[in-house]
Every structure is written in C-alpha cells, then in structure tokens.
Write a protein that binds this ligand. Sequence first.
Ligand code: ASP
Length: 308
Amino acid sequence: MRQLPVLVVHGGAWAIPDETIEAHLNGVRQALSRGWHVLEQGGKALDAVQAAIETMEDDETFDAGRGSFLTCDGRVQLDALMMDGATLRAGGVGCVERIRNPIQAARLVLEDSPHVYMVAEGAEQFAAQHGIKLCRNQDLVIAREVERLKEAQAKAAAGHPDTTFAGAAFDKGHDTVGAVALDADGNIAAATSTGGTLNKAPGRVGDSSLIGCGCYADNQSASVSCTGWGEPIMKLVLAKWAADCVQGGGAPDAVAQEAIYYLERRLNGHGGMILLDQRGRFGIAHNTPRMAWAYRSTEGEKTGVKVE
Ligand code: ASP
C-alpha cells in the first residue's frame, strides 16, 4: 500500500539559550530538507533518517559529530544508532573517537555486519575497512567546547550543585540529534546520534545509541528518537516503552506526552521525544524549557524551537 511520507527531526531538548535558537532552527530545517528530498524521490525511510542525521552531525550547533561535548579528559566520544522498522535490523556504534559521521558507521553495522552494536577501536576499524576515512580526535574538538568544559569543571570544583551528575540539569545542553521517517512503501525508521553529556567519563555510553532506550523502530508499533538526560531514559528503556504503548492502541501524540511524564514521575528525568507510526501519526513531547524540532508531510512543513 502506498503511503504519504512523513519526516520528523529533533536537535535536542533543554533550556536552549535565546542566542542559539536561530542556529537550532536552521539546523533542524536543513536536516528536514535533506531527509525530505530522499522521501520525495521515493527513497527509503532508512536513507531519509540517515541524510537528516548526517546534516546535523555536520552542523556544529549540535552535540553530534564535530563540535560535540567533551569528556572530562577533553576528547570527543560519539554514539549513534539507526533502526529499520520493516526488518528490525539495527546498527549502533558507541565511544567512537575518529569518525566524523558516526551514523554512517551505524549504517554499515546494520548493512554489512552480522552484529548490531560495535564500540571504540573495533567499531572504528570496522568502519575504516568499509570505506570510512578516519579523522583525528582533535579534528572533532572545537574551541567553544574546550571553553565549555573548562567552565563546567571549574563549577564542579567549586561544588556547584548542578554538576554532581553530568546531564542532570536543564541548563546543561542536550543537543543530541534524531530523526524518524515514514516512506512511501509504508516503512518506518529511526536514528539518533550524540556526543553524550558534557564532562562525561571516558567510556560512558548514554541512551541515544542503545536499542529501545534513545532509539527504536518497528513497523508494528512506532519509530522513536529521544534526547535528554540519558541515564534515566536508559533505566526506563523509554523508546521501547513508548513504541509498546502505540502498539497497545495509544495515539502517538498522547503516548509521547505520557512517556515524558513517566520519565519525570518515575525518575525525575528530563528530555524530549519524537515518535511516528506507520499511519503517519506523530508526537513531539518534552519537559525541558525548549526543544528544537521540525516536521514535514505532503501537507507542509512545521518547524519550531518548541517552548512550553
Ligand atoms: N541523551 C544523550 C545522552 O545522555 C544526551 C542528549 O540527549 O543530549 O548521551
């Protein structure tokens, strides 16, 4: 059955400062436009989410690819996952340090390996063997983030209460990027890519690249991408929780709201979620002051840094 395509993307949920709203809006619009181009041409949902994510990984506004937050020892460590709702094939990479577009490596894991998830040097070697040019870690580090890390560490040293847990406060950036798509063949897909949380311990993996936590897709339920404080999202396996609610008959917009409410009520977590089902019904929800998102269907485009 032919379907009318839909694409939803996000560029993080937190107290996005006024002066970076325009950059966030431009970033999600660009991503939407590249992903939509794929869907318009009759391309697959999987290719559309990849195109959207690559665009945001290349944009230093976001915590993905170059310009990501730094680990406490000043390095960029990236995580990404994509999932195909038609087949349940998934590909993820964690803690990669020398790949500019980790979503491309995730796609290779999905397509060209018998595995679902690869980490660190092993994932980098695999990517290089399959044609990805490795960069130096310094090529992914930008001055803004060096400064941001210094400030965070100075605050932590001074005993500032918000710094006890990396990612636990709204004013910590959550600029992870995500996309969910429905293609003309009626298949859905999801992808999420991140540099994780500011000042994280080396080797820490967040929710974004873990199946069912920060990303999930199944034609029988929904495609989901999350952002926010990863530890609570992981503990609740939130993306799968939401997909199951849709499968159980919940309406996507209500389910997205309910999932974020559950995150807050159960673990005092915060973040945002985009969700889309095979019928093109979608939800966008967050309990942070703002969330950057963009939506497109054949009926038109909506974009916003959504403010409560
Ligand atoms: N959820 C991501 C993590 O915990 C961070 C974010 O969404 O910005 O790694």
